[in-house]
Design a protein around this ligand. Sequence first.
Ligand code: 13P
Length: 336
Amino acid sequence: MNLHELNKIANQMTATGTGILAADESSGTIQKRFDAINLTSTADKRRDWREMLFRTEPAMSNYIGGVILFDETLRQSSDDGTKLVELINAAGAVPGIKVDAGAQNMAGFGGEKVTAGLDGLRERMAEYYELGARFAKWRAVIEIDQQRPSSACVTANNHALARYAAICQEAQIVPIVEPEVLMDGDHCANRCSEVTMATLKSLFTELHNQGVELEGVILKPNMIVSGKKCSSQACVEEVAEKTVAVLKASVPAAVPGIAFLSGGQSDIDATAHLNAMNAGYDLPWNVTFSYGRALQAAPLAAWNGNDTAAGQAAFAHRAKMNGLATKGEWNMSLEG
Ligand code: 13P
């Protein structure tokens, strides 16, 4: 493993002013997104949608440091024969690949989930490197309710994340480790804070035990927000304060970048929260976005299946707003 090179890539992907576009929806998930515009998901439509995003210039070059792809997209070419991976490289962004096989029910734990995909991963990783991927993503999901999460669920997921991360680094691929504490439910922000803290502490223990080098890792966490159904919603300043407090207490400064998921926040909330952290706090890591829905919901509606100009304008706007938020330079009046 060349740790210096992994660290350089992780820093490039999360450099201030830029962040990550999560365009790695599985075939099932992208159909759910396309349902919003009544579009049937076909390989060509998925390609058209993503190609439209990757060709959005100068926004891609200015604000996007990395793009997470699904297996299919890593192998796809545009109409003119250019590999989609080449479009991403041409924009100066790093192509990456989602490698987990999704969250499965955990035996004996009544519906709690553990993420699958370690079998054969070492072999797949070598192929992904050949296809141009320089980073990977693995997502674990942790649910909150009165009994959940169990410590067994947190430990099993973090153990898998650590084994995945070790396999990535061996293959000279930067692992994004994503332990997502879901915002579904009626819990308050303090409960999210407690669960996220315990999850991240356990994650870094597992990463240490598996010999993962933190300088060559990107953390993709949730922010500390109130459950969607909670009657009292934490305001922007509270979200920033609680999130920074949890990260400072659990994430070593050796980690080069923290890139948040949006997890069902509105696109403006996701931008406002990121901005408040970067504007108000002195942070030892690059702190940026790795948004799926919060970057794509507006352009998807504008594109509506075929309007490239409208889709690209909407994507350029959200990418710019989030780029500003990584510098703490965003404010609501810029939303127009
Ligand atoms: P969201 O920002 O829509 O949560 O997606 C990010 C992601 O990559 C989830 O794994």
